[in-house]
Design a protein. Sequence first.
Lengths: 257, 318
Amino acid sequence: MAERWAPGGDLLETVGLVKHFGGLIATDQVSLSVRAGELHAVIGPNGAGKTTLVAELAGELAPDGGTIRFAGEDITRLKAARRAHRGLARSFQITSIFREFSALDNVALAVQARAGHSFRFWRRAQRDERLQAPARALLADMGLGARGDVPAANLSHGEKRALEIAMALAARPRLLLLDEPMAGMGPEDSARMVEYLKRLKGSVAILLVEHDMDAVFALADRITVLVYGRVIATGTPAEIRADESVRRAYLGAGEEA
Amino acid sequence: MKFSPQAAAILLGLALLALVPVFSALAGESFYVDLFTRILIFAIAAMSLDLILGYGGMVSFGHAAYLGIGSYAVGILDHYGVDNGFLQFALAIGASAAVALFIGAVSLRTSGVYFIMITLAFTQMIYFLGVSLNTFGGDDGMNIAHNSDFAGLIDLGNATALYYFVLGFLILFLVLGYRLVDSRFGMAIRGAKSNERRMIAIGFPTYRYKLAAFVIAGAVCGVAGALLANQSLFMSPAIMHWSRSGEIMVMVLLGGTGTLFGPVVGAVVLLALENTLSGYTEHWQAILGPILVLVVLFARQGLFGLVERRAAHGAGRG
């Protein structure tokens, strides 16, 4: 485990990642990198394999080929829970929270995940300030400070998405995988989420999968375009806007044909 | 002091249970002490099942196995002349925990209906193991000669002493149980019940926490088995029959899952009903069945959930 990785270099790097589902190629020789502190967006039309890619990076799906390196270590075969401990956190495209728990308990549980083992049987978790205080701070950061006692199931859609990010941040990740955090949001909630992410940018590297192009071009340092599982372009927002193949395959599909 | 309606109901319930030997003496019917000893033993078994079923989402259809193992631990040691209660109970706990570790380690790799079937299958294997143990009475079972001897500190041959011994265990497990479900460990297994995928994504190795809960529940149920051996001075494979596992699960559902005290209520109601109805007719199950259906239909939270709600309404009006 030599520290080949240095801050400012590539935090996450995939080389030749491949994933088949039967005859379908969901990930086709994907090589991309996320630098420390960078916000790297992955865009692509429906069925481009974005969610599959997130699942492979998070460790929920095993790739058929290729390698994933994180902070200089090969994590291709590492289990999801262990990746989380190394500093890789994710949010889900479809809201995934603990519906019966209060918003505060949701985040407190995420804080607990990084606070060593949970073979502690006596002390009440809800009165444990080592969990509660950071959880309250994270909720407040995401604008949910007054909603801590509300059962998570009763939060609005936008609040649930914000809660998910608070939970992912509780792990104090080095890289945040956000799978369509603005999916299903109204313009108001979307704008708020963009503001959150802008504030977050720089303090943690983010790999953002998102359909909302305005959000992507407002936030991203670099963008990778995925079509049918393949990377067709990577570059700054300006480069991507100017890229002919991207225009053809994705942005202006139909318009220029 | 202020109590939540739930806490008040629990304290009232335990106070009534503590008075059972007094009521029994006043009524001149010592039989009630016996009946309620048995009820409380099943209450411990049901409560231990609720720990994994209600809080951990693990629908184990084989919980009676540990009742049997605890009971056989006492009976087998007694058969070889060892009536030291500390040894017997230690073996009951150790053996149940070891078996639960094995069954859990395999079963928890599955979920849903497969988990139910695999726990059932393991329990049937243990049941038939009991049937095949001819040294220990095989199918017919075997009488146990002596009660567990706790260095002469308590005479478990005395019905009242045994009753309070069992009640003491029930209260101990309730206190430990309520602390456990609110502890970090408790939050980990409740989180796994609520959304296991999310738990893994935030970094919980859920398998090992669920397995630990499964072992704890098995060990507690093993104690219930050791108590049952003392109550009946008899052990037989019938304790481990799958229908017994079903009965314990009915107690949990009837009383209310994820409440710990609900299963105690469930055990009291089910066994008291069974005892009362069977006095009127041998077809008592035909009456019990519809009652269960009504409870499941109209009291989703179980009987204890019902009490809780009413108490909250009452407090609102008062």
